[in-house]
Design a protein. Structure first.
Length: 1244
């Protein structure tokens, strides 16, 4: 048997890689390697291989030479392991949301598991270098939000360089920009992501919609489709602006106003070639029912050019697109004149011809002229016209969706369309079959044949319009020529479809329906030779390359009985199918010789002639073509561990998941390699934490060329040494370098300016504060990575605080997304003061109501080591007085609106919240002292976290001042979340953000006294109900308590009910300690959650945190199930024990029950154990050992108890042919926590 080797490489782009899958694969491979190296050693010895060290983690995650993982925090588990949270960096820059959590042994040196995600291949997209600096990114964000004029009011500026990944999984350098705007009338905190290559704002918080560099406004459209308000709803104009004059020109397009003239001479065209201009507010070229043809032409021309750039990495024409509007008088046509597009103003039947499909159509004539240059008559001209028609429809699909007719938006009569792609003959002129063609047929009517083919492929056969158009574009640019007719052009289309890995059978079928029998392109196939390695092959969910191999009977191959095919990629499994029929034969007619992943072998029945074998490669997992891939870290790590175990034990792939973690861990140094991030990506640790199991959690941020990759955050759990990874969660991106090299064309100042301008704050720059610009790599909706800036600032308008956050594409300065990051108790109407007419007077200094102040003689200042309270004196300005409020130590005189002293209540309750963190969780909530401003504004029924301060309003006729305990806990909770996971304040992410703050408010109440399970009860006046209800969230008439009721656009406060209900069930219904349950959510926020954790992924992370803290997994699973969330399987997160290894620093208490897994070895020629010894001991008390058959999160009724003893167990087990897993639970009845427990297991 001979061997054929194919190497399928991943497409060149950043890849978001699941840390867990990568780590498990690495462990699996290591185990196989060890088994091969020591094939004569016993099975027992094969399993005793050195674990993965933390120093190997970067290599395992395959991050590349410029990427790294940096520990940001750690934690210990009750099993004695450590969790380390690592941040991926690329050339020292954080990769946005590339965070890894690894589990190590107690020393933190040996990695057992990993979760989260990192980005591989960032260097294939970007080298991390931008063309703008952080100040420029800030300026862009400021301008975008309209704050140029108020720069003096901008404070708290942040403009941080990161690597971002766009929605197409392309990595790019960018800045996360954020700043605070504070004025008497407004306060806002815009945040922008600014692409460092070109200054585009790729995302911004604080605006409802996103569009591309909305420098200006204007009105387009016509009476039929209505007015198009450019500058809104993704209708942004990219213009050249000089002061208050806007010129209709950008790097893609120039629009010239012909003013109703025909300019036929070259000199006239040259002298009349300046871009049109207007006042940046409203163009005045209305005509024939259209509101501004020059603005429509600019927008649509730019859209077509951007489609070519974004989808096909090219430009439509050799130079800038020139479009002349207002050509002639009453001209109902549009033209390509060999140099420019000319568009008439229409007449009685047509509005001006500036629709998107018409613009795309005319530009495409230029594409054809500069490509195949098809003659414009006969069938050649029909194909020329068809290519332009399908370009128009593809442009519509790029912007929104294709309507499958030409000119729908410009025809004045509803029943009149220019052409119909679905049924060409519906216009009573066009044809849809070659038999109906005549030599004198107009080229527009002859286009129906190919229009129908395109429609069938996309609409009827449900293929990607992007990929189908790519085929026709390649045919035009590479195969067609002046006189390609229907049949020869179809043959060329088939070749292009083969070249691009599309389904040949569908193309053959579509052409056959219009009467074209396509040619046999067998000789176009790539034929394979024995033992030759073929590399740089591209395979994706939409690209399936096919190869031909001839199984010959000639010497010396006549003796071979079969064929072996290997196809491998570093980023995914490659599915291989061997068939007897060609690429363009219907699937049902093919005989499959063999199929499988990565390696297949097929026995071939010999005959007298050579046999044709067709080899088709595909990716069963869905990945974008040439784009970054978001990878689940846990899956990656578990596969790595699994493969390592097979390597060690020489086991088969049929091994159950339950056995996969009973193996040697992966070193932290292997993590980058496991995650396959690529040479320019890295994982950088951002924080760490210790679990009660003695392990360490590391939170890692993925970076690309040192730039943070947005939402690529990984949490890994390691042993106590931090060296060996045991678990991982989160996500990373692979293939970023396929999308971007990180190069920027704008700096952070430009990004900030764009963000400010986008949010219409450019003229209020004096009121902008905390303007920051952070450079990152982002991903767009198509998983394309791009460099950008996260721009954020704060601005106050009429005492209403806004915190716009933009993502600005650093390549072109466009604002990709914008949200309002304001985090408040808004709609909560329920955050009031302790000590008001409703609850009565609270006498501080009595009944455990003591105030900690700074006292100087007889003056007391509202400040202590935990909290500072400032009197804002009913102003909305927060950047002036920063001294703590003072009073005479006897009685404060700031009573207002039924409250006796909001100043003292805020001091007391803020101190309670911080002391709760100190006493219960041995931490402080924020990095800096909590600063609270009371008496904020006039009649403000709200409370805010503005990124720096807690702002508390004095209420209104419905509410007392917002200084009650759960309000203080809630707002401080927003600060906690911002400094930990950074959950975006929108969608399900924002719902989690709000729910965490609500939980923190109730936990603060429990710390002081007891929780009331409602939000804001103490501050509501009269019959006003509380703002939210934990027991039944829907009691407020708005909130939801089940994920099925969630809808996009639901207010984050109302959507918080899902997690509030979970928290209530665990504490109130299941009678668990509120201290321990909130500790679980706090750990999840601190170590596992990331910017875009949604209901389901966050629940998975909560389960991991619950295990880390020794809580009852069955109860958490049950609570989440009640709200509609089936949590993930966390079996791989359970710590597996190795023979004769001592596990130390385990914590056991009445509220903490660590659980471990042990696999009793199977009987073999090397092992014949009959029982096991288990020791668990502590200096401070007895440790109760319980052995069960089921896992940590199984219900008690499903558990079978095998045995239980105190401190030491010795028992026999019946040895079988397969390993026998069981679970070891450690409990105690000791009054004090046992923090020194040691555990070991030894078979005998």
């Amino acid at each position: 048997m001979f061997f054929l080797v194919l190497v399928a490489h991943g497409v060149r782009s950043a890849r978001r890689v699941d840390a867990n899958v990568h780590l498990q694969n690495a462990l699996y491979k290591r185990q196989l390697q060890m088994a091969d190296m020591t094939s004569d050693m016993s099975m027992g010895h094969r399993r005793e291989v050195a674990p993965l060290s933390m120093s190997e983690l970067d290599e395992v995650m395959a991050l590349g030479p410029n990427s790294a993982l940096e520990v940001t925090r750690s934690a210990s588990t009750v099993q004695g392991t450590r969790l380390l949270r690592l941040q991926e960096t690329f050339k020292g820059k954080p990769v946005n949301d590339a965070v890894l959590t690894v589990e190590t042994d107690s020393t933190g040196q040996h990695v057992y598991d990993a979760s989260g995600a990192v980005y591989q291949g960032i260097e294939e997209d970007t080298d991390g270098t931008g063309n703008i600096d952080s100040q420029t990114a800030l300026d862009i964000c400021v301008t975008l939000n309209g704050d140029d004029a108020i720069t003096d009011d901008i404070t708290s500026v942040k403009s941080e360089a990161e690597i971002f990944v766009d929605k197409e999984d392309r990595a790019y350098p960018g800045y996360l920009v954020q700043y605070l705007v504070i004025q008497e009338s407004q306060e806002r905190r815009p945040t922008c992501l600014v692409d460092a290559r070109d200054g585009r704002v790729t995302m911004t918080w604080g605006a409802l919609d996103t569009c591309s560099q909305c420098d200006v406004k204007g009105t387009g459209g016509n009476r039929k489709i209505g007015k198009i308000h450019y500058g809104e709803l993704h209708k942004c104009l990219d213009v050249k602006r000089v002061n208050d004059t806007c010129y209709t020109e950008n790097k893609y397009v120039k629009v010239i106003d012909n003013k109703g003239l025909f300019l036929n001479s070259s000199s006239a065209l040259y002298n009349f070639s300046d871009a049109a201009s207007y006042d940046c507010v409203e163009a005045t070229d209305q005509i024939n029912g259209a509101y501004s043809p020059i603005l429509d032409a600019l927008f649509y021309g730019t859209t077509v050019a951007r489609m070519f750039e974004d989808w096909y990495n090219t430009t439509p024409l050799d130079g800038q697109i020139l479009i002349r509007v207002h050509v002639g008088v009453n001209i109902s046509n549009a033209f390509w004149n060999g140099r420019e597009c000319e568009i008439g103003d229409g007449g009685e039947t047509l509005h001006p011809l500036v629709a998107l499909d018409v613009t795309g159509h005319e530009i495409a004539h230029g594409v054809t002229e500069q490509s195949s240059n098809l003659f414009y008559f006969n069938q050649w001209g029909a194909i020329n016209e068809a290519f332009s028609d399908i370009t128009g429809e593809t442009s519509e699909a790029y912007l929104w969706k294709a309507d499958w007719v030409s000119g729908l938006d410009i025809t004045k009569k509803e029943d009149f369309k220019l052409r119909y792609l679905g049924n060409p003959s519906a216009d009573n002129h066009s044809i849809s079959h070659v038999d109906n063609f005549t030599d004198d047929l107009d080229v527009h009517y002859g286009s129906g044949v190919y229009n129908r083919v395109f429609y069938l492929l996309v609409h009827e056969y449900q293929q990607s319009i992007k990929e189908i158009y790519r085929v026709f574009l390649l045919a035009n640019r590479m195969y067609w020529h002046h006189m390609s007719d229907y049949h020869s052009a179809a043959c060329d289309v088939m070749k292009a479809a083969y070249d691009l890995g599309q389904d040949g059978a569908l193309f053959r079928r579509a052409f056959k329906e219009v009467g074209i029998e396509v040619c046999d392109i067998q000789n176009h196939f790539v034929g394979l030779r024995n033992d030759k390695v073929y590399d740089n092959i591209t395979v994706s969910s939409e690209v399936s390359p096919v190869f031909l191999y001839m199984f010959t009977t000639e010497e010396p191959y006549w003796k071979f009985s079969g064929v072996s095919v290997s196809a491998n990629s570093s980023t995914d499994d490659v599915h291989i199918v061997l068939t007897d029929q060609g690429w363009d034969v219907d699937e049902k007619e093919r005989e499959i010789f063999a199929e499988g992943d990565n390696l297949v072998k097929a026995e071939i029945e010999r005959n007298a002639t050579a046999i044709s074998i067709y080899i088709r490669l595909s990716i069963l997992a869905i990945h974008g073509v040439r784009s970054a891939r978001r990878i689940d870290a846990n899956v990656h790590l578990q596969n790595a561990l699994y493969k390592r175990q097979l390597q060690m034990a020489d086991m088969t792939s049929d091994m159950s998941w339950r056995l996969r973690r009973q193996t040697t861990p992966i070193a932290m140094t292997e993590l980058d390699e496991v995650m396959a991030l690529g040479p320019n990506s890295a994982l950088e640790v951002t924080r760490s934490a210790t679990t009660v199991q003695g392990t360490t959690l590391w939170r890692l941020q993925e970076t690309f060329k040192g730039i943070p990759v947005d939402d690529a955050v990984l949490t890994v759990e390691t042993d106590g040494t931090g060296q060996h990874v045991q678990d991982a969660s989160g996500v990373v991106y692979q293939g970023i370098e396929d999308d971007t090299d990180g190069t920027t064309y704008i700096d952070s100042d430009t990004a900030e300016t764009n963000c400010l301008d986008y949010n219409n704050h450019i003229h209020f720059i004096g009121n902008v504060h905390k303007l920051t610009s952070e450079f990152k790599i982002f991903l767009n909706e198509e998983n394309r990575a791009y460099p950008g800036y996260l721009v954020q600032y704060t601005v106050l308008v009429d005492c209403k605080e806004h915190r716009p956050t933009c993502i600005v594409n650093a390549r072109d300065g466009n604002v990709v997304d914008s949200k309002d990051a304001e985090e408040s108790s808004r709609k909560c109407n329920a955050k009031g003061t302790g000590g008001n007419r409703k609850i009565g007077k609270v006498h501080y200094g009595e009944l455990q109501k003591c105030l900690q102040v700074t006292r100087i003689n007889d003056t007391c200042y509202a400040e202590n080591k935990y909290v500072k309270v400032i009197d804002n004196k009913r102003s909305c300005i927060t950047d002036q007085d920063s001294e703590a409020a003072s009073y005479n130590c006897q009685e404060a005189k700031d009573g207002i609106n039924g409250a006796y002293s909001p100043l003292l209540d805020a001091l007391f309750h803020g101190t309670v919240v911080v002391r709760m963190f100190e006493d219960w969780y041995n931490a402080y909530p924020l990095k800096d002292k909590v600063t609270i401003r009371v008496h904020y504004g006039k009649y403000i029924s709200n409370a805010f976290w503005n990124g720096k301060y807690i702002l508390l309003g004095d209420g209104s006729s419905r509410d007392f001042p917002f200084v009650n305990l759960d309000t203080l806990g809630h707002e401080i909770g927003h600060g906690v979340t911002e400094q930990l996971s950074g959950l975006i304040y929108s969608g399900q992410w924002g719902a989690l953000n709000e729910a965490f703050s609500d939980m923190m408010g109730e936990t603060s109440e429990a710390y002081l006294s007891e929780t009331d399970w409602v939000v804001g009860r103490e501050i509501r006046k009269g019959p006003q109900p509380p703002a939210r209800f934990f027991a039944n969230p829907s009691d407020d008439g708005h909130s939801i308590s089940h994920v099925d009721n969630y809808t996009d656009g639901l207010d984050v406060h109302e959507a918080s009910g899902v997690y509030n209900r979970v928290f209530y069930l665990l504490v109130h219904e299941y009678q668990q300690s509120i201290k321990e349950i909130f500790g679980v959510f706090l750990l999840a926020n601190r170590m596992y959650w990331h910017h875009m954790s949604d209901y389901h992924s966050a629940a998975c992370d909560v389960m991991k945190a619950a295990y880390d803290l020794g809580q009852d997994g069955a109860l958490f699973r049950r609570a989440f199930k009640e709200v509609g969330i089936d949590v993930c399987d966390t079996e791989t997160h359970v710590l597996g024990l190795r023979n004769d290894k001592v596990y130390e620093n385990i914590t056991v208490s009445v509220d903490v029950t660590p659980v471990f897994r042990y696999v009793f070895p199977a009987k073999s020629e090397y092992t014949d154990y009959s029982g096991v010894n288990i020791s668990a001991s502590s200096y401070y008390g007895d440790v109760h050992i319980v052995l069960t058959t089921e896992g940590w999160d199984a219900d008690e009724e499903d558990q079978e108890i095998l045995a239980e003893e105190d401190n030491f167990f010795e028992g026999s087990f019946e040895t079988g042919k397969t390993p026998f897993p069981f679970y070891i639970w450690l409990t105690t009845e000791s009054d004090v926590p046992l923090t020194d427990v040691t555990l070991w297991v030894s078979p005998f």
